[in-house]
Write a protein that binds this ligand. Sequence first.
Ligand code: ATP
Ligand code: LTN
Length: 332
Amino acid sequence: MEGRKRIFSGIQPSGNITIGNYIGALKNWIELQDDYDCIYCVVDMHAITVKQDASVLRKRSLDALALLLACGVEPEKSILFIQSHVPEHAMLNWALCCKTYIGELQRMTQFKDKSVRHADNINAGLFTYPVLMAADILLYQAELVPVGEDQKQHVELTRDLCLRFNKTYGETFAMPEPLIPKTGARIMSLQEPQRKMSKSDPNPNAYINVLDEPQDIERKLKRAVTDCEGLIAYDPQNRAGVSNLLEIYSAMRNIPVERSVELFSGLGYGELKAETAKAVIERFAPIRERYRELTSDRKRLLIIAEDGADKAKRIAQKTIAKVYHKLGFDSK
Ligand code: ATP
Ligand code: LTN
């Protein structure tokens, strides 16, 4: 719709979506749909920066699209598509690669972390991953980017590239800003609460998936690592485990953390864990149900993806025409 701010965000189809992804990103994607012009993308091109099996990736991309729909992304309100269906992402990526300094990419903490985890495959795509992310955002002239805390550095690089390009070639891209939730921007591992919850953690007890069965959710929360103080308080630095549970509970019930601390004052960790499990199960049960329905009709999912890609392309092509002209790629 005209006059509304544009939002862009993406998620990798790299396995199951965790409660960290849900609270840090997806929940906000859904809530923003009524007030902004939203574009949401399954970033399969980012996923191949680590090893993938083609048929598994193809299935996971469509499954991720179904999960976004099940969580509440509405194709009538927002544009929802799969990144590789819009080749303009790769076209802008190359242009921006030539405007990015190696030193800027060497500072990216996600690259440093992933280089350790995938030491046998430190490829050039893993290194330039943040440039493709900048291309995703700038291609759509997005002004806001709802992400978890871990993506802030990438959005800051996008801002630097935007400024650099606009300074050299005149106003071309809108300046994006990260939109990071106050509660739940960094949900921690249930087993090692000093570390971020990650869908690629080898220990499945460390994370809850949106599609987990209720008994698994209960079990994982019951086993969540806390401390031996026995007092419910919010102090992420010194009481990481309990604070993480309070953040999860608050996000599931849509209340501020301070309110949750009041609610649980005088109660034990057992009660906090049981109530958190109840809140998570209530929130995820209808999503699981809708997901089952949606994935039983893959033809319909493909039509939704194609329709989303058509809409995305119309916007992307305008930006590419502008950029390629400024770079001297046409004869006009
Ligand atoms: P991987 O473990 O494969 O690197 P991931 O779990 O970090 O994946 P992404 O697909 O990279 O997930 O992220 C999707 C969105 O979820 C991003 O906006 C990211 O900031 C957010 N996010 C990821 N992990 C968390 C977390 N633990 N807490 C809050 N937000 C998160
Ligand atoms: N890099 C992000 C996923 C991502 C993204 C984007 C997020 C790719 N392109 C554009 C916001 C906007 C991640 O790893 N979570």
